[in-house]
Structures are given as structure tokens and as C-alpha cells.
Design a protein around this ligand. Structure first.
Ligand code: PMP
Length: 361
């Protein structure tokens, strides 16, 4: 077996230490006589696992007591619909910033669920996150939706304090949650698919302020109602037990790394090395995102000579560098350098990129 450096955008690399622990515990979890996949979600073993995962996440992110933590299914895409179903009453509208594919999908799905006029696009921009002054904000909006890290385009919001705060802020943090400290109290709702920085796919995290839930129309399906899921500790029905267990191991791994402040430092250094390589390539590689919004998690870049794309991908793969092809909607390359990719992985990528540029300039 040889594990290569995996730059997949998601499902993405998981910390090797966590995978080894999963392997160790797969057939018999802590003497239970069976693995976590095979035990009841209502038994004391699994409820203990889920409670510990929530407690560790609360500690890592500093989640205030008046926020619920929900472990749901359906991916971030289901949240595109579930958010308006829960937070957008009939007769009102919600604001959406559109600055990439995921915020666009969230906006379109809200229009589908709530009606065209019930979701307003307040700014549509490319290659950056817009300043508040550029947003046509509605002071009466039920919420403002933003995607704080556009995974495909590599656009990240760093200045949380500058985000508008007059209405509850709803943030899709799928691809940068847990990469650095975030001020949870600035947001009404934070959501994320697990398959990047949290754990396996199949689990979706929702962190929501108490006062925003419990107002969905009576016709909402119970599994879609945040209030029902919260009242049942996310176990109205069978939750994705294996994914919750592995997410819990990832949270413990993050605590051992020194928590999110330590991850922030590591992630800053990793991203800086990669952007330095791109910027010093004399145009051989280019990243076109506004410098202040360059993502520390997803680094897209294009080659000045696209005829070299195929060779770049083939040779990088032969060097043990996986999944560098950019999303099909934008082309080029993308290196996703989530928490589980250590500095050594980025160093290997930079060494390859420098060498490839030297040989093909
Ligand atoms: N939002 C963002 C920012 C994403 O990166 C993704 C998936 N790559 C999604 C939403 C959709 O997530 P899912 O596949 O879990 O529905």
C-alpha cells in the first residue's frame, strides 16, 4: 500500500492518523464486540460517540450555548433547500450574494423552493467577494446567504467583521470550516458538507442559533425541520453513524494539533508557499482571484500554455500528486490543501510545479 498526496476537492484526504485508528477499531470498537457501523444508534456506545463529537466540535469552534449543532444528511445541497424551508417565512424574502458556482446553486434552489421573488441576488461578482457597499441589501430580509469559500473558484472571505450584520447571516462553509478560528456568533446559521475538512461524505453539519428555528410551516417534513432534529439530538431517524464517528476522530485529531489557531498558522504557511510558486513563475502559472480573497483551502491555477495541461496532469500523477485537475466548469488546475494535507504535501507539489515550469517554459 502506498498513499499518495491527494489534492481532491472532496471527498478529500483524511488525516492518516484518523484512518489508522478507524482501521484499528473497525471490527471491535473499544471491546464492544462489534464495530461502530454495526451498533445501534440508540445504544450508550454510539450516543456517547455522538455526544463527544459534539462537545469536541463546540470546544474547537467556540460554539456559544445558544446554538444548536445538528448532524444531518443530504449534503450541503440539501441545505440549499432546507435553509429557506426553515428560515424564510411566506411573504418575506432572503438575500443572496452570488460570487461563484455554489452560491449560485444556493440562490437558484432558494428560488425553486420559496418562489422566484422570495430569493434576491444582492450582488453578482466574479473572482472576489463583494464589499458590503456593492450589495443591494434589503433591511427586512429574513437572512443574507453567503458562501465563505467558493471551492471551484478558490475565493475565500477572511474579513468576517466586514460581513453585513443587519440581518441573520447564513454561511456555506463547506470547504473551509475548521481551517481556522471563525466567530460563530457573527452567524445565524453555518453549514458544511463533511467530505472536506470534517470526515466522510454522508454527514452534513448545521450550526444554528436557537431563536431562528421552530418557525417552519407545519407542512415541512419532520426530517427537514431543524427544530424537530434539534429536539431529537439529530436522531429522529438513523443518523450516518460511521461518518459521525469518523468526524469525531477528526475533531480529536484537530485538538491534538493545537486546535484551530494552530491549524490557521499551518494553513496560512501552506497556501503562501503555493501562491508564491504560482506568482514567481513569470506567468507560467496564473491564479486570477483578488489577492485578499485567495483561498487557503482551494488553489485554482491555469497554465499559460493550456496545451501543456495533459502533460502536467500525467506527470504530476506519476510523481504521486493526485487529483489536480480543475473543476470541469472552469478548467485548468486546482490543488485543494485541506487540513489533512501537511506542509510536506504542498512542498512536494511546489517542487514538481517549479520543475515542470523550468522544463516547459
Ligand atoms: N457548497 C460548497 C462550497 C461545496 O464545495 C460543495 C461541494 N463541493 C457543496 C456546497 C455541495 O455539497 P454536497 O455535495 O455535500 O451537496
Amino acid at each position: 500500500m502506498s498513499r499518495l498526496w491527494n489534492f481532491s476537492a472532496g471527498p478529500a484526504a483524511l488525516p492518516e492518523e484518523v484512518l489508522l485508528q478507524v482501521r484499528e477499531e473497525l471490527l471491535d470498537w473499544h471491546g464492544a464486540g462489534c464495530g461502530v457501523m454495526e451498533m445501534s444508534h440508540r445504544g450508550k456506545e454510539f450516543t456517547g460517540i455522538a455526544q463527544q463529537a459534539e462537545a469536541d466540535l463546540r470546544e474547537l469552534m467556540g460554539i456559544p450555548a445558544n446554538y444548536k449543532v445538528l448532524f444531518l444528511q443530504g449534503g450541503a445541497t440539501q441545505q440549499f433547500a432546507q435553509i429557506p424551508m426553515n428560515l424564510l417565512p411566506a411573504g418575506r424574502s432572503a438575500d443572496y450574494v452570488v460570487n461563484g458556482s455554489w452560491s449560485q446553486k444556493a440562490f437558484k434552489e432558494a428560488q425553486r423552493v420559496a418562489g422566484k421573488g422570495a430569493a434576491r441576488c444582492v450582488a453578482e461578482v466574479e473572482g472576489c467577494f463583494p464589499a458590503t457597499a456593492e450589495m443591494d441589501l434589503d433591511p427586512d430580509a429574513a437572512y443574507l446567504h453567503v458562501c465563505t469559500n467558493e471551492t471551484i473558484h478558490g475565493i475565500e472571505v477572511f474579513d468576517e467583521a466586514a460581513l453585513p450584520s443587519s440581518v441573520p447571516l447564513v454561511a456555506d462553509m463547506s470547504s473551509h470550516i475548521l481551517s481556522r478560528p471563525m466567530d460563530v456568533a457573527r452567524y445565524g446559521l453555518i453549514y458544511a458538507g463533511a467530505q472536506k475538512n470534517i470526515g466522510p461524505s454522508g454527514l452534513t453539519l448545521v450550526i444554528v442559533r436557537d431563536d431562528l428555528i421552530g418557525k417552519a410551516p407545519a407542512s415541512i417534513p419532520s426530517v427537514m425541520d431543524y427544530a424537530v432534529m434539534a429536539a431529537n439530538d439529530s436522531m429522529l431517524n438513523t443518523p450516518p453513524t460511521l461518518a459521525i464517528y469518523i468526524a469525531g476522530l477528526v475533531f480529536q485529531w484537530l485538538k491534538r494539533q493545537g486546535g484551530l489557531a494552530a491549524m490557521a498558522e499551518i494553513n496560512r504557511t501552506k497556501a503562501a508557499a503555493l501562491y508564491r510558486c504560482i506568482d514567481s513563475s513569470r506567468g507560467f502559472y496564473r491564479n486570477e482571484v483578488a489577492v485578499d480573497n485567495r483561498s487557503q483551502m482551494n488553489v485554482p491555477f491555469i497554465l499559460a500554455k493550456p496545451e501543456l495541461d495533459a502533460a502536467f496532469l500525467a506527470e504530476s500523477k506519476a510523481e504521486g500528486l493526485l487529483a489536480l485537475k480543475g473543476h470541469k466548469s472552469v478548467g485548468g488546475m486546482r490543488a485543494s490543501i485541506y487540513n489533512a494535507i501537511p506542509q510536506a504535501g504542498v512542498d512536494a507539489l511546489v517542487a514538481f510545479m517549479n520543475d515542470f515550469a523550468r522544463r516547459n517554459a
